[in-house]
Design a protein around this ligand. Structure first.
Ligand SMILES: NC(=O)c1ccc[n+]([C@@H]2O[C@H](COP(=O)([O-])OP(=O)(O)OC[C@H]3O[C@@H](n4cnc5c(N)ncnc54)[C@H](O)[C@@H]3O)[C@@H](O)[C@H]2O)c1
Ligand SMILES: [Zn+2]
Ligand SMILES: [Zn+2]
Length: 361
């Protein structure tokens, strides 16, 4: 039977979010209902509520989540009731042209639940990134729920569902950081700090954190940056060169989403170096570069969607590293809050006061 639970809904462009009663249907074929235990507050939730992603209001926000499988629909074999899962927005279809070419991490047709969650007046909700996990329970495609070791704390594990995976993957998977590489990360919020962690895990010998905010740089050091550069205190390109024997870094990661930062990351590379863009720009932004610089510097410029991750492969592995003390996910959790505090958490995020506020239920 369909259930009524509480969830955080954005009803209109720019309007504050509200906690509403929502209706969660029983899982149909290929679907699962997950009892949410924790869900991080990500910039993308705020983008939805500001109307900058699309106009499909009302949105059910929240997408960085972990919880317990309550029920599964017909044909679901990978997960069972009682399993501890992290939700993901890359349930690969196995059939699109990218999956068929053996590149499922780019899957062009990722799966979501077929049925809709609704308000009590039957208005259909659009779940953020096909998840909608600022709610006591949510309905997703079974492939969006990845089983991991239940010893992990939900508030830490859930963060792998979006920003932290995007950052780790930007370094390890998109950037393909190798042992001994030099790496510079531009922007040290949750995503940039996760890129620093990913670069360390991959064996980078130098990891340079670049930000405008000294407090963010201090945290970046705690995450393993070997050097820090305040981009407001001088030319960050020169500073990165100086810290890399005058050459530039092998891999530069842009984790802000701004054209001037992307340019800095482009020029701070060594010859044949890689530029990874994980920060999301807005549609008005553009950059201009002399073609000779593009050609003459060689290497690769690579956007990173969700860190090029494959949740079924990467989430269980990263949770194991976390449980072994080799990946500090707890440090990303600045505070735990309730469903009623999401709007206030957006304010703190805008003021740059938190890496992650995490709703616990
Ligand atoms: N590609 C993906 O799949 C993916 C997934 C999740 C998030 N993101 C994006 O990653 C970006 C970062 O997310 P976040 O949660 O870490 O954001 P955040 O706001 O917490 O962090 C941004 C950091 O950049 C710093 N900054 C701002 N301007 C700067 C400048 N000119 N030079 C250097 N540093 C500067 C800020 O001080 C802050 O520390 C966002 O654009 C977000 O949308 C991408
Ligand atoms: Zn596919
Ligand atoms: Zn997110």
């Amino acid at each position: 039977m369909a259930q009524e639970v509480r969830g955080v809904v954005a009803r209109g462009k720019g309007a504050p979010v509200s906690v509403e009663t929502i209706i969660v249907p029983d899982p149909g074929p290929g679907e699962t209902v997950v009892q949410v235990q924790a869900c991080g507050v990500c910039h993308t939730d705020l983008h939805y509520r500001e109307g900058s992603i699309n106009d499909d209001f009302p949105f059910l926000l929240g997408h960085e989540a972990a919880g317990i499988v309550e029920a599964v629909g017909d044909g679901v074999t990978e997960i069972r009731p009682g399993d501890f899962v992290i939700l993901n927005w890359r349930a690969v279809c196995g059939e699109c042209r990218s999956c068929r070419r053996g590149r499922p991490w780019y899957c062009f047709n990722t799966l979501n639940a077929t049925q809709k969650m609704t308000l009590t007046d039957h208005t259909e909700l659009t779940p953020a990134l096909g998840i909608g996990a600022f709610a006591e329970k949510t309905l997703v495609a079974a492939g969006q729920a990845t089983k991991v070791n239940p010893a992990a704390k939900p508030e830490a594990a859930g963060l792998l569902g979006c920003g932290v995976m995007a950052g780790i993957g930007a370094a390890m998977l998109t950037g393909n950081v190798q042992p001994g590489d030099t790496v510079a990360v531009f922007g040290c919020g949750g995503v940039g700090d996760a890129a620093i962690v990913g670069a360390r895990l991959a064996g980078a010998r130098t990891v340079i954190a670049v930000d405008l905010d000294d407090a963010k740089l201090a945290i970046a050091k705690e995450f393993g940056a070997t050097h820090t550069v305040n981009a407001g205190a001088g030319d960050p390109v020169e500073a990165v060169r100086e810290l890399t024997d005058g050459f530039g870094a092998d891999v530069c990661i842009e984790a802000v989403g701004r054209p001037e930062v992307m340019k800095q990351a482009f020029f701070a590379r060594d010859l044949a170096g890689t530029l990874v863009q994980v920060g999301v720009p807005d549609p008005t932004m553009s950059i201009a570069l002399p073609m000779i610089e593009f050609f003459g510097r060689g290497g690769a410029l690579k956007p990173s969607w969700y860190g090029d991750c494959l949740p079924s492969r990467d989430f269980p592995m990263l949770i194991d590293l976390y449980l072994q003390g080799r990946l500090d996910l707890d440090r990303f959790v600045t505070e735990t809050i309730s469903l009623d505090d999401v709007e206030e958490a957006f304010r703190k995020m805008e003021r740059g006061e938190v890496l992650r506020s995490v709703v616990t239920i």
